[in-house]
Ligand binder design. Structure first.
Ligand code: 5RP
Length: 217
């Protein structure tokens, strides 16, 4: 299977985790796009979805799903989203698609986080993929200096998030303590969200591989 076929297979498997009659959390990215398409074909009874981006909300609405604002609900049963990297402890780097803040909010509201990914996303140590950090625009330079002092090489992405903020992609990190680094970066004034998902990590991983979808908990 090529990378797209692996994404599609993992996404299709995730439909089995959807709980009928409950609000569903939906993330962002090309793997999630496959999931939304599979969900639309499954004909399940889903009262509404909350989504982590304008992009996913639009795709869901085009397929007939109702979108709620997270402020209208108390929690989410299942949240389905992708990852840029995931390690054996299910710590993740996310935010390649720029939706990390809303993704972290929805993940924090969910009882179960189902991560869907192609095989290239499984790594031993996080950090080969540049770590996205969402930043308040006026703090970009100050935050970049702090990230350099921590040993990273921040590069400003030519992109504005759905929240009107900027993203620094931090290269050159070798992340041996994901939860510690997440805590440390969260303390920098001007940082909105660090794309490390270690304090709230995935509960289930559906990984597309050449041998099929490998399911782990
Ligand atoms: C978006 C994300 C995505 O989950 C991540 O970038 C994976 O994307 P894809 O499914 O396209 O490989 O974190 O902010």
């Amino acid at each position: 299977m090529n990378q797209n076929e692996q994404k599609k297979a993992a996404a299709e498997r995730a439909v089995a985790y959807v709980e009928e009659g409950q609000v569903l959390g939906v993330g962002t990215g090309s793997t999630v796009d496959f999931f939304i398409d599979a969900l639309a074909g499954a004909g399940l009874r889903i009262p509404a979805c909350v989504s982590s981006s304008e992009r996913s909300s639009k795709r869901l609405q085009e397929r007939g799903f109702r979108i709620l604002d997270p402020n209208e609900i108390d929690g989410i049963g299942v949240y389905v989203d992708g990852a840029d990297e995931i390690d054996p402890g299910f710590n993740m780097i996310k935010g390649g698609g720029g939706a990390l803040t809303r993704e972290k909010i929805l993940a924090s509201m969910a009882k179960k986080y189902v991560c869907i990914a192609d095989g290239s996303k499984a790594v031993r140590i996080l950090g080969h993929f540049p770590l996205p950090v969402e930043v308040i625009p006026m703090a970009v330079h100050a935050v970049a200096r702090r990230l350099e002092a921590m040993g990273g090489r921040p590069v400003l992405r030519d992109f504005t998030t759905d929240n009107g903020c900027k993203i620094l992609d931090v290269h050159g990190l070798f992340i041996q303590d994901p939860a510690g680094l997440e805590r440390e970066m969260n303390q920098i004034p001007g940082v909105v969200t660090v794309g490390l998902f270690a304090q709230r990590k995935a509960d289930v991983l559906l990984l597309g591989t050449d041998e099929g979808v490998v399911e782990s908990t």
